[in-house]
Design a protein around this ligand. Structure first.
Ligand SMILES: NC(=O)c1ccc[n+]([C@@H]2O[C@H](COP(=O)([O-])OP(=O)(O)OC[C@H]3O[C@@H](n4cnc5c(N)ncnc54)[C@H](OP(=O)(O)O)[C@@H]3O)[C@@H](O)[C@H]2O)c1
Length: 252
């Protein structure tokens, strides 16, 4: 049996990635906090899936998840769980923001390290970290913590990918960097998109295509590919100003 573990599978991008991995023949381990949503997802899958509820803002829960699954020799790990917050940095709630950093960065860091060690021993396996196009930007006024958290995911993944490449490992690690995707993200972040998003299903398709072809940075939408290219050459202060204006529109 080939096992795939997807975090944040109760909704949005994670749920769509889980469905696609299931149809590729993987046996799924799906995790999030909302058990009812995971049960709903599992009921629609072709292969019987294992549900593990966990709050990944807690370090102990990340370690428990690993302990429960380490003997399954996970072939594909998808670190997708995450959320955003909007508001001026001096206004946003510190506790919630720290919890966001624990999920968006801490859980990704812990789970990547633990499963990567096992994959390296077997010289096979794939890790997909869900970053964001936010992580390719110099920053994001009004979503300062969220942008910084996704820059962490992009940086971590690119560094580990290079370590693996340089020693000729067959283990692959990628970071998914979508622009807006139609999910429950906005309800949680309490905002709306300034531009239309792509579907979670399309995002999942492009993510897995990129992962299995060994691409390190996967940008699923054409518009965002252009934006990312422009950002690389534009002055950082100009990019920050434009990003701030776009972010403000999310509150209008
Ligand atoms: N939508 C976008 O525009 C967009 C763009 C770029 C990147 N992303 C990234 O894509 C990933 C998935 O987000 P989405 O857009 O699909 O949003 P979503 O529909 O809100 O899904 C977020 C998932 O993360 C899980 N999650 C949140 N906090 C958690 C916690 N403390 N412990 C365990 N699981 C937790 C949620 O499950 P429970 O609530 O059941 O725990 C849910 O399954 C995130 O990392 C997000 O930053 C989204």
């Amino acid at each position: 049996m080939r096992y795939a573990l997807v975090t944040g599978a109760s909704s949005g991008i994670g749920a769509e990635i889980a469905k696609r991995l299931d149809s590729l023949g993987f046996t799924l381990i799906i995790t999030a906090r909302r058990a009812d949503r995971l049960e709903q997802l599992a009921a629609g899958l072709r292969n019987p899936a294992r549900i593990i509820t966990a709050d990944l803002s807690q370090r102990s829960e990340c370690l428990r998840l690993y302990e429960l699954t380490k003997d399954m020799h996970i072939s594909v790990l998808v670190n997708n769980a995450g959320f955003g917050m909007i508001g001026d940095f001096d206004d946003t709630d510190l506790e919630r923001e720290l919890s966001m950093l624990d999920v968006n960065c801490g859980a990704v860091h812990i789970l990547t390290k633990l499963y990567l060690k096992d994959m390296i021993k077997q010289d096979k396996g794939f890790i997909l970290n869900v970053g964001s196009s936010a992580g390719l930007m110099p920053g994001g006024p009004l979503m300062a913590g969220y942008y910084a958290s996704k820059a962490y995911v992009v940086s971590l993944t690119q560094s580990v990918a290079e370590e693996l490449r340089s020693r000729g490992s067959r283990v692959k690690i990628s970071v998914l960097c979508p622009g807006p995707v139609e999910t429950e993200f906005n309800d949680v972040a309490n905002c709306h998109f300034a531009v239309k998003g792509i579907s979670a299903d399309y995002c999942a398709e492009e993510a897995l295509k990129g992962l299995f072809s060994g691409k390190t940075v996967i940008v699923p939408d054409a518009g965002m590919k252009l934006t990312a290219a422009a950002v690389r050459v534009a002055p950082r202060r100009v990019v920050l100003k434009v990003a701030g204006k776009m972010q403000r529109k999310k509150l209008d």
